[in-house]
Design a protein around this ligand. Structure first.
Ligand SMILES: Cc1cc2nc3c(=O)[nH]c(=O)nc-3n(C[C@H](O)[C@H](O)[C@H](O)COP(=O)(O)OP(=O)(O)OC[C@H]3O[C@@H](n4cnc5c(N)ncnc54)[C@H](O)[C@@H]3O)c2cc1C
Length: 521
């Protein structure tokens, strides 16, 4: 780092890294001189179509804790409202600072353009902007070969401790009262959705943000919840407990990927030690933690796709598949899917669970998207924006890549069309999850949970669930829709001809996993 930074004001810009532990920009800045922490509610971000009340709530909970943690160390967090460049201009008119420290962000188009504008502003004002990685995502990656090694290297080091003390710009020495008043004018504090014009409603079952919560969730997963992770992750009956549910904490940076990875590794070492001392150890832990570690790598593997090709936020990863679904979009099907009113119990329960808590397990996410793409023949873009708002853990790089994978537009992954009825039989045969989120079905016999429309009229009446009145008839016929989707996609592929094969090689080279057995795509 440039030695010219030393001793002068250092600005630490917090974004999706709302923590003080293992925060390299904060650590580096604090080593060099007085620090001011900055978080900005940017209208272009908080009013974007992917941002929701649930994200703001999680962020605000995280900000309250971050601010307290910085203050406890002598630092200060200023929370501003406005586009970032004017905010920086204002700050600079109050005080000269010569360095901005932040983490690299693999965001959406809005944050990408914002970053370009900041880069330009920093260059024109002679301010150094130090962006440091916080995951395994590699900026300006030349080749996917060797990516896993870089990931492993980054995860190998121990996480950084939080700085013990932070010397603040706001400290009395050298600062007069008028400077502090101006700074206070910029600091709007924590703002609610009304003040920011953020749409959406509160999710009563949402988990809460913050570093302390992230650590608690991680500890409970590695201590007891995760023992059956590998077996129980696919069922929505067990996944709420058996999956780590760390995704929102990783998405908003309440905990670093490296800290999670290190904790998993330490837990395996602890179990091995217990084994070595002849203590009883549940062997399921080893399989479960191995499966968990693989997913931590997938997190960055999928984000890398958006980092390497930002256009996949909007365009098919395989351009030869452009035109597959673009020409039609059935609004009424889309509305029914969004509301959890499709007449397919597992689809509806999963969607309604998202409305209430903002989290659902991987298998149910994949099924929701598969259903939208194949059964309802909806182009992935609008469903992706809709679910971005409903996933508290919305992470653009994972989200758009996964959406394309489940919708069959990457060209490099096997097509997978889930049967929603089979998901009921496999993962919720007695309706524990379904009955909770679709109370209309609470009283129906188990044997009709997968396909309630097959209930005889008398059973419908007896169970208080008349199809078409209390609960919708299925929006489409599964077998017909499944067959039609397969035929359409294979006809389209045929018509695309050899271009498809050629492009597949290029997509694989750019985005494909190099692991022969990896299922991550
Ligand atoms: C259509 C679709 C959209 C998705 N959108 C998001 C999103 O916006 N944000 C998000 O964090 N995850 C997303 N996922 C991936 C995955 O479903 C979630 O990460 C996972 O369900 C979160 O629960 P968990 O924290 O308990 O995960 P665990 O199973 O405990 O895994 C630990 C961590 O590994 C990562 N991870 C797990 N599974 C995957 C995966 N398949 N791909 C990439 N990373 C993974 C996550 O960071 C997760 O927190 C999406 C999946 C699908 C099918």
């Amino acid at each position: 780092m440039r030695s010219a930074d030393s001793g002068l004001g250092q600005l630490v810009w917090f974004k999706r890294d709302l923590r003080i532990h293992d925060h390299a920009p904060l650590t580096e800045a604090a080593r060099r001189g007085p620090v001011l922490g900055l978080y900005v509610y940017e209208p272009s971000v908080v009013r974007s179509s992917e941002f929701d009340f649930c994200h703001l709530q999680f962020i605000n909970e995280s900000l309250a804790e971050l601010s307290a943690n910085l203050s406890a160390r002598g630092g200060r967090l200023v929370i501003a409202h406005g586009e970032i460049v004017p905010v920086l201009e204002r700050l600079r008119s109050l005080c000269q600072f010569n360095a901005i420290w932040s983490h690299e962000e693999t965001g959406n188009d809005v944050t990408y353009r914002r970053d370009l504008a900041i880069g330009e502003w920093c260059r024109s004002h002679g301010i150094a902007w130090h962006e440091l990685p916080q995951t395994g995502v590699v900026r300006r990656l030349r080749s996917r070969d060797g990516w896993s090694r870089i990931w492993a290297r980054r995860m190998a080091d121990a996480p950084l401790p939080a700085p013990a003390t932070i010397s603040s710009w706001d400290a009395p020495a050298g600062r007069n009262d008028s400077w502090r008043q101006h700074l206070a004018g910029l600091d709007v504090g924590i703002l609610d959705a009304g003040a920011l014009g953020v749409a959406g409603v509160s999710k009563p079952e949402a988990w809460h943000g913050g570093e302390a919560n992230a650590r608690k969730v991680l500890a409970s997963f590695l201590d007891h919840r995760g023992v059956n992770y590998q077996r129980e992750m696919s069922s929505p009956v067990t996944a709420f407990d058996s999956c780590s549910r760390l995704s929102p904490y990783l998405a908003w940076g309440n905990i670093s990927m490296r800290a999670v990875h290190n904790a998993a590794r330490d837990r395996v070492a602890e179990l091995r030690e217990q084994q070595a001392f002849g203590m009883p150890v549940d062997r399921r832990w080893f399989m479960s933690i191995r499966a968990f570690e693989a997913r931590l790598r997938w997190h960055c593997h999928f984000m890398q796709k958006l980092e390497s090709e930002p256009a996949i936020e909007f365009h098919n990863m395989m351009r030869s598949l452009d035109g597959l679904r673009e020409a039609e979009f059935d609004e009424s099907r889309f509305s029914a899917w969004c509301a959890g009113e499709t007449g397919f119990p597992m689809v509806d329960a999963s969607m309604r669970a998202l409305h209430r808590g903002g989290w659902i397990n991987f298998r149910m996410r994949a099924m929701l998207v598969s259903f939208a793409a194949w059964h309802l023949w909806l182009h992935w873009r609008r469903p992706a924006v809709f679910l971005a708002r409903h996933f508290i853990d919305f992470e653009p790089g994972i989200h758009f890549s996964q959406f394309q994978m489940q919708s069959g537009t990457t060209g490099i992954n096997a097509l997978r069309i889930y049967s929603p009825a089979k998901q009921v039989l496999d993962h919720d045969p007695s309706g524990v999850f379904i009955r909770k989120y679709v109370p209309e079905l609470a009283g129906i016999p188990d044997e009709f949970l997968a396909e309630p429309h097959l209930m005889p009229a008398a059973t419908q009446k007896e169970s208080g669930c008349v199809i078409g009145k209390d609960y919708p008839a299925p929006l489409v016929d599964h077998k017909t829709a499944w067959k039609a989707a397969r035929e359409r996609v294979s006809a389209f592929r045929k018509s695309a001809g050899p271009a498809l094969k050629d492009e597949k090689k290029a997509v694989l080279a750019r985005h494909g996993s190099r692991k022969k057995t990896g299922k991550s795509g």
